[in-house]
Design a protein around this ligand. Structure first.
Ligand code: KG4
Ligand code: ZN
Length: 336
């Protein structure tokens, strides 16, 4: 089965064709990074307007790169939650229109689940395993017990890890997109120049939870006292020390969860899984660790088509009443 996947939940306009949930025939990602750069963040109105202008061409390119026509597509999968509502609506409306006009089955996909599915596209994973989802909107440590069976162990109690990277980068004018710039600057800095606390709760049900808003505030308060913008390496040192703290906060919980659960495999996904330090640290775990290649870490249509295949194969389709939602429906603690 060849599935067309469409992803417009934030600022990447993407379409892809994937065969049988794994074989990527094309994965076109039109990034809006340069257009949001002047604002140091995604401007929702600009994002949705660009999606409306780009989506048809991006989809056409995905089909031609896969060397097929729409007639050879067996179904359509589209991100319909969570994300920026204006951006989501563009992809959802486009997918519905295309599916209706072609008489194709279609399904709305949870973006977070798709990030967790991404490692399956390049690796053999067997259930159960420990899942780590780290993106601009989410930070989740979970047990993946089966395809549709996820037990959340810990989440952020406030900001997501990627959000902290983006906010620290914005505060110090490190550039945009924040996570990539912090990662790059940190390579030249000292991770021990500053010592930042782990401000998360550590008790009872909350041992696996994290707080990145607390870390971000600590970084800004503490580093601001020494920041004159002129000292050699000051920006690099802030980036390296912050990145070290952000990764260690997460790794502490992952090590704990791995020990408690006894799982032998760990799979990480989401934009922050592209972080070089996190990837290095994950590799030190006493388990088989897999993460997607960089293009499958950040937002992309291939992971949507990949996971969509499994729903469509079992006729778990949506009808035209399917809608977009900005909210997270799964991935609260205790889910499902
Ligand atoms: O998964 P994603 O593309 O979109 C969401 O679903 O949120 O993740 C975007 C996030 C942003 O916060 C971005 O700064 C972060 O991933 N990111 C990184 C790196 N590359 C992207 N964070 C740290 N290091 C990186 N190399
Ligand atoms: Zn994402």
């Amino acid at each position: 089965m060849k599935i067309l996947g469409i992803e417009t939940s934030c600022d990447e306009c993407s379409a892809a064709v994937v065969e049988n949930g794994k074989r990527i025939l094309s994965n076109v990602v039109a990034t809006q990074v340069e257009l949001h750069k002047p604002y140091y963040g995604v401007v929702p109105e600009i994002a949705s307007r660009l999606h409306t202008q780009w989506i048809a061409e991006v989809t056409g390119n995905a089909l031609s790169e896969a060397d097929i026509t729409i007639d050879e597509i067996d179904g359509i999968a589209v991100t319909n939650r969570p994300g920026l509502i204006g951006s989501l609506l563009v992809g959802v409306s486009f997918a519905k229109g295309l599916a209706y006009s072609r008489g194709l089955p279609f399904v709305g996909i949870d973006h977070i689940r798709a990030h967790l599915y991404a490692p399956h596209m390049e690796h053999e994973l067997s259930y159960p395993y420990l899942g780590v989802l780290v993106s601009g909107g989410h930070t989740v440590i979970c047990e993946v017990l089966g395809f549709d069976d996820i037990k959340v162990l810990g989440t952020t109690i406030d900001d997501a890890i990627g959000e902290a990277f983006d906010k620290v980068a914005k505060h110090y004018g490190m550039g945009y997109p924040g996570g990539v710039m912090v990662d790059r600057l940190a390579q030249q800095g000292s991770s021990t120049a500053f010592s930042f606390p782990d401000p998360s709760l550590h008790k009872g049900d909350h041992v696996y939870d994290v707080s990145y808003s607390g870390l971000k505030t600590a970084v800004i308060n503490q580093a601001d006292q020494f920041w004159d913008g002129k000292s050699e390496k000051s920006l690099e040192n802030i980036a390296a020390s912050f990145q070290h703290a952000a990764v260690e906060i997460l790794m502490k919980r992952i090590r704990l969860a791995l020990r408690a659960s006894g799982h032998r495999q760990v799979a990480a996904g989401g934009g922050v899984a592209a972080n070089s330090l996190l990837r290095r640290e994950l590799m030190t775990l006493d388990a088989e660790v897999v993460f997607p290649s960089l293009k499958l870490c950040t937002d992309n249509g291939a992971m949507i088509a990949g996971i969509g295949y499994h729903y469509l194969l079992h006729n778990q389709c949506d009808d035209l009443s399917m809608n977009a939602s900005p909210r997270v429906q799964a991935f609260k603690r205790g889910y499902p």
